[in-house]
Design a protein around this ligand. Structure first.
Ligand code: PMP
Length: 310
């Protein structure tokens, strides 16, 4: 069973309430039809600014963007969502946290034709959650496998929306990977080109050139992906957003996966073939240090990515 996450308090439709009171009816629309949009956000303890939410503005904006694609009305503004996110981390006295805002159609009645203007519920949960792909993986890399399941084809379900229903695809990809003894699965798109991990974007490095798959390769354009691109460019690396064929995974010097949950994690093998020397490569280590340096204070936050909760 997936490990249960809890905290003392949760933000539910404008109210901070005890975790166990935040319940919904079994006829909730989102349970039946996947009609939810959500975010994964992290807060880090920093020695210089206290607890800070990372890239809050971008996550709240993506939540609203996901809702816009599905013509959902979230009855809160960007500013209100930002504030509520800070409030729930603070209310739970969390030093660091994984934050899960989720907007969904509640008990609005059955049927697919949701009247335009129907408001969603909004929940923001914050709780402790360590390294998603394991502490050991952060250092030494994880074993990944290419999935037999493709990511969603263009114009079937929009992968650019972080919607609940899309995660059935992610579950198939990660389940298969686990069954084959891998920590995570890598999916190809409908054209057979590399897309992304079940819940992470991918970077492939060869001969000092860093490549990542484009937004047209059925990916969720990750906020961590943008962070990694920005940090690498800031360090003087060229980053190419380009189509990546499957075999490039087997010939890479380095591969890294990134996402809010996975942070920046090296991949040490794909389908049993070692990536480079089979551990964390030098560029991956540099960008990982730059990433975690944002929270230790060693990397200057030139971009205003940290929002203190106080
Ligand atoms: N792709 C998928 C399918 C994801 O679920 C995630 C995690 N949100 C990502 C990529 C990475 O996105 P982000 O860096 O914004 O967390």
């Amino acid at each position: 069973m997936a490990k249960k996450k809890t905290a003392e308090l949760i933000w539910f439709n404008g109210e901070i309430m005890p975790w166990q009171n935040a319940t919904v009816h079994v006829m909730t629309h989102a349970i039946h039809y996947g009609s939810s949009v959500f975010e994964g956000v992290r807060a880090y303890h920093t020695p210089h600014k206290g607890t800070c939410v990372f890239r809050l503005q971008e996550h709240s904006q993506r939540l609203l963007d996901s809702a816009k694609i599905y013509r959902m009305t979230i009855p809160y503004s960007l500013e209100e969502i930002n504030q509520a996110t800070l409030d729930i981390v603070k209310a739970n006295k969390l030093k660091s946290a994984y934050i899960r805002p989720i907007a969904f159609y509640g008990d609005i009645g059955m049927g697919l034709q949701v009247p335009f203007g129907t408001e969603t519920e909004l929940v923001i949960a914050a709780f402790e959650w360590g390294a998603y792909l394991g502490e050991e993986g952060l250092k030494n890399g994880v074993d990944a496998g290419v999935s037999s399941w493709n990511r969603l084809a263009a114009n079937t379900m929009p992968t650019g929306a972080k919607a609940g229903g899309n995660y059935l695809s992610s579950q198939l990809i990660s389940m298969e990977a686990r069954r084959h003894g891998y920590v995570e699965g890598i999916a190809l798109d409908r054209n057979g080109l590399v897309s992304e991990g079940a819940g992470e974007n991918l970077f492939v490095i060869r001969n000092g050139i860093v490549m990542t798959t484009p937004v047209t390769a059925a990916i969720l354009p990750g906020i961590t992906r943008d962070t990694v691109i920005t940090l690498l460019k800031d360090m003087g690396y060229e980053v190419r957003e380009q189509n990546i064929p499957r075999e490039a995974l087997y010939l890479a010097d380095e591969i890294l996966m990134c996402g809010t949950a996975a942070e920046v994690t090296p991949v040490r093998s794909v389908d049993g073939i070692p990536v480079g020397n089979g551990g964390r490569g030098p560029i991956t280590e540099k960008v990982q240090n730059a990433f975690f340096g944002l929270f230790s204070g060693e990397t200057e936050d030139k971009w205003g990515w940290l929002t203190p909760i106080e």
